[in-house]
Design a protein around this ligand. Structure first.
Ligand code: C5P
Length: 219
């Protein structure tokens, strides 16, 4: 283990969706499976890093030895990440965090009524952007961008706005990419906006490509 490339490094990875409660039985969520994040966490651990995986609701199981913290909401994910980030050398945020949450969470199950029903939503905290503000020079921060149009433009703008070292773009337009799929097709941008586009691959292989890009930054 001592000669592993990431021996002695601490890594933080987020994975899965977040669920934002409406009432005790309902929530707002998304279709993220967590597969990409778990694959990245496993690969970082295989490379010798001490990994903490902060996971939203997901059926995935980690293959490697890592510390897993299960969370439900964006706020819980933020609180868990906040602590771990202070000691993390490498952070990869793969989670599909909900952008909005109900402003008021009903304490009792909301009853069905004849009229239409509106839920007022407020923004959740942008975990990645907040950590980007706190980042020091020795920390590496990697984000994801899932786009449907003007993909490269939005990816580069997020890289800058959130103060990232790398951003991994996956386009929903690509065959074999996306949320529930076992495969993904990515383009990685660095700070200089240099990009590398990879073929459609198994998410385990995609995780290796992402980790290689991180290893390059560490050199
Ligand atoms: O801005 P957008 O949601 O497209 O950015 C995606 C990236 O930001 C992903 O890496 C995701 O994990 C992260 N993110 C976050 N907290 C949010 C929203 C997104 O950490 N509230």
């Amino acid at each position: 283990k001592r000669n592993a490339p990431l021996f002695g490094k601490k890594a933080l990875v987020t994975a899965g969706p977040t669920y934002e409660a409406i009432d005790p039985v309902r929530f707002i969520g998304n279709h993220s499976s967590g597969k990409m994040g778990f694959a990245v966490a496993d690969e970082l651990a295989n490379l010798g890093a001490e990994v903490t995986l902060v996971a939203g609701p997901s059926y995935q199981k980690a293959q490697s030895q890592l510390q897993r913290i299960d969370v439900t909401s964006a706020e819980e994910m933020f609180n868990a990440c906040s602590k771990v980030f202070t000691v993390a050398d490498i952070t990869v945020m793969c989670a599909a965090v909900a952008d909005y949450k109900p402003k008021i969470v009903a304490t009792q199950k909301i009853k069905k009524q004849d009229a239409n029903f509106n839920i007022e939503l407020e923004k959740t905290i942008d975990i990645l952007a907040t950590l980007g503000q706190r980042k020091n020079k020795s920390q590496i921060l990697v984000g994801f961008a899932l786009e449907t149009n003007d993909e490269a433009h939005y990816a580069k703008s997020k890289l800058q706005k959130k103060n990232l070292d790398l951003i991994v773009l996956n386009s929903l337009n690509d065959e074999g990419a996306g949320f529930k799929s076992d495969t993904n097709k990515i383009t990685i941008f660095n700070k200089a906006f240099e990009s590398t586009t990879f073929e459609v691959k198994n998410k385990t292989e995609v995780a290796k490509d992402i980790c290689n890009a991180i290893l390059k930054l560490l050199k």
